[in-house]
Write a protein that binds this ligand. Structure first.
Ligand SMILES: NC(=O)c1ccc[n+]([C@@H]2O[C@H](COP(=O)([O-])OP(=O)(O)OC[C@H]3O[C@@H](n4cnc5c(N)ncnc54)[C@H](O)[C@@H]3O)[C@@H](O)[C@H]2O)c1
Ligand SMILES: O=C(O)CC[C@@H](O)C(=O)O
Length: 527
């Protein structure tokens, strides 16, 4: 039995490790305790890597991981995964998105309460200094305060709900959700970021990306109330750290609760010198409950992806199958097969691939285009081309992709057409799906057909003269090739025959067909 090598790069709960150890077709390698330079040597054998936020899946890592097919981020945030680098190499990146949500929500509430009561400082005074001085620790209540929540996803909306149980007023800013997601929960929704800046306490729960990096800096802090409290249990750098430091020092910001830093580990960070901050070392996900759930899911997902059977929560696949209506899937398959057929029928350098569609399927042109790319490019690229890297692969070779949404006029409820331009010319193929999954090719280069996209096909373009079918039958019969089906479509002054044959057809036989007097061109494709 061939084994899949799964390398665990960071600490995960033993329940996940046990799943890997006890799976027969997995060669499990534990590399969480070695340094990141030594990891580069270990990772070269990995089919799949499991990482947390302590391992950067960067250029160095990816260059070393020459066999890597998938990487599983055992957690939510994937800002430390070079997604483009993964895609270019055909590596599927996955995360485990909701298993640590509650842990992060509760840590956020802990920081919030801690900031209100200066809990760690009061604790240290009594425990370390053995001083009983109650007058030093007058805090504030959450009750009646206004909380601004930036990002109303899995964590943000749960923080809002818990804040409401403390009888806080809550307002959220998240341009990517319908306002009702907030208002249905009794949370005010705003599109005006200044409404957040006007709050007593602000907490952030967005991913870290170009748009959210430094989303709060000097300018935003200047608009805030004196004595505002800021919480960040999402990602370091969402609040500009220099601005945070300066305004904590001046007292403009009364307190900050920080779990995450721009560069981690952050054991020498200037923010740690301040005495109006509560800090934790990226512990948002560190509850036993969440680590157990994450590790189990990460291990299961790693095994499935190593086997190539499933890619749960894939982040760089062109389509999330769980989120598309069932009618789309056969069109996607059909589009890939049609592009594969067309590219085989004209084996020359591809310049561009256009996918057009009409009907409801035209809402999915981006995905159809990727799958057409895989179909067409795999003729020359073989297994090197996959759904993740097809467009990068094409880009390197100067092949362009585009899509066209057509108005509905062919009479089919849905129709997809792939047009491939090569250095020799332009060819097109169209298809539709009947009765949910009956895939059919309905046109090749303007010749109408009704062909199942399956099997070995000879495409013969010939002058429309009598006797061609007989001559073709004779050539193939002499070579011992059985004709399974013969479809002929007549055009203005020539015809196109699609001949389905049992067995494969070599160049010699194709040449004999090409030498027939009526033959204009002959090509061959296998689907
Ligand atoms: N401290 C930890 O250990 C820890 C644990 C889990 C998650 N996290 C981090 O917490 C953050 C939130 O995680 P989640 O699971 O709730 O993610 P999520 O994807 O469920 O929610 C993110 C929300 O942010 C919103 N958003 C995106 N861009 C925005 C913008 N410019 N302005 C406002 N809103 C925007 C999205 O619409 C979405 O609703 C992530 O950064 C994640 O990495 C940290
Ligand atoms: O514990 C980790 O690896 C990171 C936790 C958290 O930040 C996440 O993104 O899931």
């Amino acid at each position: 039995m061939s084994k899949h090598t799964i390398v665990v790069c960071d600490h995960i709960h033993e329940d996940g490790l046990n799943i890997l150890k006890n799976t027969e077709d997995v060669n499990y390698v534990y590399a969480a305790d070695i340094d990141k330079t030594a990891l580069l040597d270990v990772i070269k054998d990995a089919d799949v890597a499991i990482t947390r936020s302590s391992t950067d899946v960067d250029e160095k890592f990816l260059n070393a991981a020459v066999n890597l097919k998938a990487v599983v981020r055992a957690g939510v945030g994937y800002d430390n995964v070079d997604m483009e680098g993964c895609s270019k190499r055909g590596i599927i990146a996955m995360n485990v998105p909701t298993a640590n949500t509650l842990a992060a929500v509760e840590l956020t509430m802990a920081h919030m309460l801690s900031c209100m009561r200066k809990f760690p400082y009061a604790h240290n005074q009594l425990k370390q200094d053995r001083i009983w001085k109650r007058e030093d620790w007058y805090g504030n209540e959450l009750f009646g305060k206004k909380l601004g929540v930036i990002g109303f996803g899995n964590i943000g909306h749960r923080v809002a709900l818990r804040a409401k149980s403390f009888e806080m007023d809550v307002v959220t800013y998240d341009p990517y959700i319908p306002s009702t997601k907030a208002t249905d929960l009794g949370v005010e929704y705003t599109k005006n970021f200044d409404d957040i800046l006007a709050c007593d306490i602000i907490t952030i729960h967005t991913p870290k990306n170009q748009e959210t990096l430094d989303i709060i800096g000097e300018e935003e802090i200047a608009k805030m109330k004196d004595g505002v409290i800021l919480i960040n249990c999402a990602r370091g750098g969402l609040y500009n750290e220099e601005a945070l430091y300066n305004n904590l020092k001046s007292g403009k910001i009364a307190m900050a609760g920080i779990d995450v830093f721009k560069k981690e580990p952050a054991n020498n960070h200037p923010l740690l010198d301040l005495d109006n901050i509560t800090v934790t070392a990226h512990l948002g996900a560190n509850t036993r409950e969440s680590q157990k759930k994450i590790a189990v899911q990460a291990a299961q997902n790693a095994i499935e992806s190593a086997r190539g059977s499933a890619y749960p929560n894939a982040l760089n696949l062109p389509i999330d199958e769980s989120k598309i209506p069932s009618f789309v899937k056969p069109y996607i398959e059909l589009t890939q097969k049609m592009a594969f057929l067309l590219a085989q029928s004209d084996k020359s350098a591809i310049r561009s691939i256009n996918v057009s569609a009409e009907g409801e399927i035209s809402e999915y042109l981006d995905s159809l285009s990727t799958f057409a790319g895989v179909g067409a490019l795999s003729v020359s690229g073989g297994e090197e081309v996959n759904y993740v890297n097809a467009k990068f692969w094409a880009e390197e070779k100067g092949i362009t992709f585009d899509t066209t949404q057509l108005t509905h006029n062919s009479g089919y409820s849905n129709k997809v057409t792939v047009k491939i331009t090569t250095e020799k010319g332009v060819s097109t193929i169209s298809g539709t799906v009947f009765n949910e999954n009956m895939q059919r090719i309905i046109g090749i280069n303007n010749f109408a057909f009704d062909i199942e996209p399956k099997g070995n096909m000879i495409l013969l373009r010939n002058s429309d003269v009598p006797g061609v079918i007989g001559e073709v039958g004779k050539v193939l019969g002499n070579e011992g090739i059985n004709i399974a089906d013969f479809r002929l479509s007549r055009g203005k002054d020539c015809a196109l025959a699609v001949i389905l044959v049992d067995g494969t057809v070599n160049h010699e036989i194709l040449n004999k067909l090409a030498n027939l007097e009526a033959a204009i061109s002959v090509s061959y494709a296998e689907i």
